[in-house]
Design a protein around this ligand. Structure first.
Ligand code: DAH
Length: 368
């Protein structure tokens, strides 16, 4: 019997040494230690032994059982370690290897400009606010003092959401692609937390005939400050500071009286054109010649030769707008502005047509 156990032990060790897979190990376990396994078979034979023999063989068989269990456990760990070592080997990545930098992509000039403007405004204490691009009529128009019959609605050529959705909407609550970032002013004021000092960079949409200065979607940066004692002087200083930081300290601003339903008084603000350096002319149509030939200069297409580029609308928030948002116009005042980010980008980077930003021309985009 003892010899049998010894033989089984040798046979077991021989077999386990050859095993390479976890599956085979499980098979071995059941072959030796399972209900009908080889060790069990031997143990069945114990009943035919004398009591003395039982006393010696019993513990020996038990020791062998424990030994086999431990060997199997050890082997299982070995197999697992080998498996992971193989994976580590096969999938090793050399993080110190160089990789080609070409084609990594970079920010679009409009994103670069937006970020710059955000940084400047944040340095002046503004916070960034956001709103949906699909807006409701009430916020985009009515609460901004542009009721349905107001002639100013014609200025905003609007993309409306399709009829079968809008027909089910209550009056004044039809959906549209926001025509400006100004509805976020309403969203912010309705929160009822004063003072407010926010900017809203975002995409807006107009049903426009496209040309060098107009595209049917573009980007605006709205500004709003509401509190006690906010004046037009604060607005002028803020815009002057932002523009000089953005376009250069020599940038000049021109405030022209204007009309917006949501501000009173209102002003449109022009900046001295950076493309033609305030001269109104750009590239000569023919290069200057030595022979005294008259040189024809081309009108700057960005400012149409005026030297000024219209960049933004602004003004003091209309009392009716404050009232519509539950703010007492006797106690509080505010200024607002809406800047065309595309035009700033064109000015800053010397691109003569902002439409080019939307033509997916890598040759253009990769320059910035
Ligand atoms: N929302 C106007 C537009 O898109 C721009 C504008 C004008 C915004 C005056 C303002 C403002 O905040 O005060 O044409």
């Amino acid at each position: 019997m003892q010899e049998l156990l010894e033989q089984l032990r040798r046979q077991f060790l021989e077999e386990i040494a050859k095993i390479e897979w976890e599956e085979s190990l499980k098979e071995l376990l059941s072959n030796y230690l399972g209900k009908t396994g080889k060790l069990k078979e031997i143990l069945w034979g114990l009943k035919d032994l004398s009591n003395d023999e039982k006393k010696t063989i019993g513990p020996m068989a038990n020791t062998l059982k424990v030994f086999m269990e431990e060997e199997i456990e050890k082997k299982s760990q070995e197999l697992e370690d080998a498996h992971f070592a193989k994976i580590e080997d096969e999938e090793a990545i050399d993080v110190s290897l160089e990789f080609p930098l070409k084609g990594r992509g970079h920010r679009h000039p409009i994103s670069i400009t937006t970020k710059l403007m955000e940084d400047i405004c944040i340095s002046l204490g503004f916070k960034i606010a956001d709103g949906p691009q699909i807006e409701n009529e009430d916020y985009n128009f009515d609460k901004l003092n542009i009721p349905a019959d107001h002639p100013a609605r014609d200025v905003w050529d609007t993309f409306w959401i399709q009829d079968d959705i809008n027909d089910k909407q209550p009056k004044n609550n039809k959906f549209l692609l926001r025509t400006h970032t100004s509805p976020v002013q309403i969203r912010e004021m309705l929160k009822g937390r004063l003072p407010i000092k926010i900017i809203v960079p975002g995409r807006v949409f107009r049903y426009e005939q496209e040309d060098a200065r107009h595209t049917c979607n573009f980007y605006q940066l709205e500004g709003l400050m509401v509190g006690e004692g906010v004046t037009f002087g604060d607005l002028k200083w803020t815009l002057d500071t932002i523009m000089k930081k953005l376009l250069g300290e020599d940038t000049k601003l021109r405030f022209r009286p204007s009309i917006f339903p949501f501000t009173e008084p209102s002003a449109e603000v022009d900046v001295s054109c950076q493309i033609c350096k305030w001269t109104g002319i750009t590239t000569p149509q023919s290069p200057p010649s030595k022979g005294g030939e008259v040189v024809r200069w081309k009108k700057c297409s960005m400012c149409s030769g005026s030297g000024w580029v219209e960049l933004l609308g602004s003004g003091m928030v209309h009392p009716k707008v404050l009232t519509a948002c539950g703010i007492d116009p006797e106690k509080y005042s505010g200024f607002a502005f809406g800047i065309g980010i595309d035009r700033i980008a064109a000015q800053r980077f010397g691109v003569s047509s902002s439409r080019m930003f939307y033509q997916s021309k890598l040759k253009l985009n990769e320059q910035f």
